[in-house]
Ligand binder design. Sequence first.
Ligand code: NAD
Length: 257
Amino acid sequence: MPRSFHGRLALVTGAGSGIGRATAQQIAAEGAALACTDIDLDAAQETASLIEAEGGVSRAFALDVTLEEQVAGTMDEAQQWSGLPLTVLVANAGVAGPVGDVSDLNAEAWDVLVNVNLSGPLYCAKHAVRRMRAAGGGAIVFTASHAAFANVPNWTPYAATKGGVVSLARGLAVDHAPDGIRVNCVCPGPIETPLLKGGWQQATDDPEHKARTRGRTGTPEELARVVAFLASDEAALVNGAALVADAGALAHMGTSW
Ligand code: NAD
């Protein structure tokens, strides 16, 4: 039997761009009813339109993951729209945040970073767990980063939020295994998206980094296939994992890029 998400409602956050868009398209192509959510409704709508043009089933929702009530309300709306319980969540929305020396860190910018990258996934997981438990199980995938495990110069605040996401996945995986809910995270290296161009490009253009990864940054589509695997029944044995998908960069990293 080929892998399938038929008969499942999947909700992806940050689905209006980059990794989230490609993931929404991948999981919809494998049969899920896809709730495309993003703080930017027009962008989410574009993704939903792409999915529909590819023969999939999708609807766009405006969702700012930092607003807990909106998270719960959007999940309810998505369930009503599809007539299905939410059993797949990809908590992907994230921002790069303040890049630079920590001695220059602006406290307000740090608050935004933590709210989007850590509180957002936590709120999404909280309300997904309630619905998945009632449905008899489900799968949650967080988009963390390989920066959770190594020093990426000037990205320490971002890395700290992603380390938090890894801990969140491990803890929730243990807490909710008895509910039939698996919780994992994918830890990408550089992926060609607007976020990368916003600050990381310089690091990935570095000749030493290129040598370590054979000049390879990933595409959103390649990463989406890893996320879809973690969300699928093929990964039934995978729980609490932080799956690094970075063309080998972390394995070569040592202490710095
Ligand atoms: P992107 O900028 O292309 O897409 C991020 C999306 O999230 C955008 O559509 C944006 O509107 C949305 N968003 C921002 N704030 C939001 C909020 N408060 N609520 C809901 N949506 C919001 O970025 P991307 O590269 O596709 O990043 C996706 C995830 O992957 C992020 O969590 C990022 O940290 C992670 N990541 C990216 C890379 C990379 O190299 N691109 C590497 C490792 C991890």
